[in-house]
Structures are given as structure tokens and as C-alpha cells.
Design a protein around this ligand. Structure first.
Ligand SMILES: O=P(O)(O)OC[C@H]1O[C@H](O)[C@H](O)[C@@H](O)[C@@H]1O
Length: 282
């Protein structure tokens, strides 16, 4: 169904030049920006606890990627593998997406979106990209990449979720084990701490692939279910870096931790093959 005929999805604003959609059904309220195909917020009605953090200083006029919510990183994660001058995390978080369809059912409202284009500097794969956002008691975000060319295609991606925390120092991450790659220490391999608290700057690529991760916090524990990923990335910029970011309040780092379902090692798709990266937040 289209936006005009939808009961659950409405255009909330276009004031800044970017369409913001509000999705509301019996179970939850969510917001999405069509710039970036970007989920901005998700609040289940049964506990009225917002699950995602969105910066008060986020730029919502389409001039830069949005700080908070769930940025979509594609077709590379972090720096481009050979051209570091290209934008970090690829280019689809910096472009307009179109709404393809809305489906309304008792348990959930489902939106399907696609970016304006999948081609840009730094990537010449023939790919189709689709984002499915399911809003119900949980939020489920699925990014499907399809190789529509005749040659193998390699890409990286992340669902870069900013999870809301009243006080991040009171949170514990459960479900991660084994080693991680410390991006703040030249990629050194280190053991995952137990208990896993957030007490300083972190930029960690956990190369284990747990399906289930929990963010325990006094206010509202969250459960994250992942599939299609090769890594879980844990990121918090802490105080100094927060102050250096124009779109982050100085104390922003206290209110979130990113736990990202990511493909950091590159995934190769044979012609006509599809791959889905999914994260569910409850
Ligand atoms: O500032 P951004 O480009 O949105 O990136 C924010 C962060 O994303 C990921 O978590 C990366 O691992 C970090 O290295 C990066 O700093």
C-alpha cells in the first residue's frame, strides 16, 4: 500500500527538506527519515521506553549523515578499503531513499525502502539494496543486498544502532565473548571483558557472531538478535570525541552505546545471490 492509503504511517514533516515518517500501530511508535533510510526512534507502547538514541544536535536537513538512530552503512564499513578519502561507512546513509511499500498487519507495520542509487565512487558492483523495517513489539531491520550483475560482488555493511541508555556507565553488555579487534589500539586483538561495562572510549570489532546480545541497564534491558553479520561492533566516543563532534552534545556519550550488526570482513555474493543483514531490537 502507498503512504496516502496507510492508517499506520504518516508524513510527520518535510520542514527541513527531508521527509520524516511517523509509524504508529497498537504496539509501538517509530520514526524514520527517508534521507539515509534511517530509523530515528522506536518506542514500544507496553513500556514506553525509547530504545534508540538520537542526538539533539543531529542534522536532519540532508546535508550530512544523521547522528543517532540506525544509520545504514553500505557498501563498506568504516574507511573504504583502498580509498580512505571517500566517506566513512559508504554513501547510502547520505542519500535519499524511496518508500516502496507499506504493509499493515495486526502484529506489525512493515515498510520497504530502497536508496536512490546503489552506484557511487568506490563501488562498481551491480547491486540491488532493500531495507525492510518492521515495527511491532520489536523493531526488526533487514538489509538485503542482491547481486544483479554477472560477476561476484563484495561489500561491507552495518546496522549502526545507537541504543539509548540513561547512564551508559550503569549498563552491562552480555552475550559477547572471545576476542575483539581494538580499533583504538592499531587493531590489536584483546579478550572480551567480563563483565562488559562501558567506562571509556571504545571502538571494538568483535569477530565472534553471537545471535543474541543483551544490553542490561537499570531502566530497561534490551535484547538484540542478529543474523547475516560477521562481527558485532561496540562503539562509544566518550567525552573528548563527543566534544569534537559538531552534531553531538558534549555529554552525548553518556546516553548511548552503539552495538552494531556488521559485515566488516567483506561478504562476496555470486551472481543472482542475495544476502540479508538483520537486527532485531526488543
Ligand atoms: O562518525 P561516524 O562516521 O558516524 O562513525 C562513528 C563510528 O562508527 C563505527 O562504530 C566505527 O567503528 C567507528 O570507528 C566510528 O567512529
Amino acid at each position: 500500500m502507498s503512504l496516502e492509503h496507510s492508517q499506520d504511517v504518516h508524513l510527520e514533516s518535510s520542514d527541513t527538506g527531508v521527509d520524516i515518517l511517523k509509524i504508529e500501530n497498537a504496539h509501538a511508535i517509530a520514526r524514520m527519515s527517508l534521507f539515509g533510510g534511517h530509523v530515528l526512534g522506536f518506542m514500544p507502547k507496553h513500556d514506553e521506553q525509547e530504545r534508540l538514541w538520537l542526538s539533539d544536535k543531529a542534522v536532519l536537513d540532508g546535508s550530512k549523515a544523521i547522528r543517532g538512530g540506525i544509520p545504514i552503512c553500505w557498501p563498506w564499513f568504516g574507511d573504504h578499503p583502498s580509498q580512505p578519502e571517500l566517506p566513512a561507512h559508504g554513501y547510502v546513509r547520505n542519500q535519499n531513499w524511496q518508500l516502496l511499500s507499506i504493509d499493515e498487519a495486526d502484529e506489525q507495520t512493515t515498510l520497504r525502502l530502497a536508496p536512490h542509487t546503489t552506484l557511487n565512487e568506490g563501488f562498481d558492483g551491480q547491486a540491488e539494496l532493500e531495507l525492510e523495517v518492521r515495527v511491532g513489539r520489536s523493531l526488526t531491520v533487514t538489509l538485503t543486498t542482491t547481486n544483479i550483475g554477472d560477476n561476484p560482488l563484495s561489500y561491507g555493511a552495518a546496522l549502526h544502532s545507537y541504543l539509548a541508555a540513561e547512564d551508559v556507565t550503569q549498563c552491562v553488555i552480555e552475550g559477547l565473548s572471545g576476542d575483539y579487534k581494538d580499533k583504538l589500539d592499531s587493531g590489536r586483538i584483546k579478550p572480551t571483558p567480563h563483565p562488559y561495562r562501558i567506562s571509556g572510549e571504545m571502538d571494538r570489532v568483535h569477530l565472534t557472531m553471537p545471535e543474541r546480545v543483551r544490553l542490561q541497564s537499570p531502566a530497561h534491558p534490551m535484547q538484540l538478535l542478529q543474523s547475516g553479520h560477521d562481527s558485532i561492533v561496540v562503539w562509544n566516543p566518550w567525552s573528548n570525541k563527543s566534544q569534537q563532534m559538531s552534531d553531538m552534545p558534549d555529554n552525548g556519550y553518556q546516553c548511548f552505546v552503539c552495538i552494531e550488526a556488521a559485515v566488516t570482513q567483506g561478504y562476496t555474493l555470486a551472481p543472482k545471490q542475495s544476502h540479508q543483514l538483520q537486527q532485531q531490537i526488543t
